[in-house]
Design a protein around this ligand. Sequence first.
Ligand SMILES: Nc1ncnc2c1ncn2[C@@H]1O[C@H](COP(=O)(O)OP(=O)(O)OP(=O)(O)O)[C@@H](O)[C@H]1O
Length: 260
Amino acid sequence: MKLLSVNGICKSFGGLAAVSDMSFEVEEGQIVSIIGPNGAGKTTVFNLLTGFYTCDAGSVMFAGEEISNLSPSVYVEKKLTRTFQNLKLFPTMTVLENVMIGYQSCIHYGRMDAIFNTPKKRRAELEARDRAMEILKSIDMDCYAGERCMNLPYGVQKQLEIARAMVSGPRLLLLDEPAAGLNPQETRQLAGFIRELPDKGYSVLLIEHDMSLVMTISDYIYVMDYGKKIAEGVPGVVQKNERVIEAYIGKGGVKHAARG
Ligand SMILES: Nc1ncnc2c1ncn2[C@@H]1O[C@H](COP(=O)(O)OP(=O)(O)OP(=O)(O)O)[C@@H](O)[C@H]1O
């Protein structure tokens, strides 16, 4: 079943077309990657899909519903959540507390409930705690629940950031360069972690420069350059595509597929 269907989205900044007529799909249970050299438009696509930018044109359908240009907080309710290129964890808080933060948008109590610590507020906190613990158990990270986030190895912190996106129960996880800053061993571990997400009920849309990760875990890949889609296909096909090779080699460096 088609979960996400993006049709001809466009975004310009002044005279620069950051994303031009970009279309792609994610099927339920798939891991789909968007790759391309630095400045190709990948992050802008994520920002368009999650309401951080508004589309100049085009449409986004998610689970059969038009979801273009909503405010960022609404996307969590629609069951679509994202991570960011740089870790946005709270280093001095525990792992459990960091994951609970991802559930905040799912619980509702007023300012007075917070001031007077009412039963409603305490129930909401318990619910967040239970849900966060459930997620940590589902990914075998409950052993870290009481640890301060800053004491965790960097690779585990990356998994924690994904766990925090999982806690609101999304159907689609948008992962923005999860392997950035990881060494090869940590990247392999992360690959195994992401590969298991569809079995746990999460489809994945991934932006990533690390080709070893992308080629190992993706079911399907879209390639962008200068804001446009230049190729698509399964990893074996994309790897051999001449336009893709030219986009990378022509603009500097194949290893991490980045310009400059
Ligand atoms: N808010 C903005 N204002 C002006 N230009 C922007 C803005 N956001 C992105 N751009 C430009 O749009 C183009 C695409 O940027 P984007 O960050 O989407 O690329 P990317 O493929 O994610 O790159 P990277 O891999 O380096 O993260 C770039 O030329 C960038 O400078």
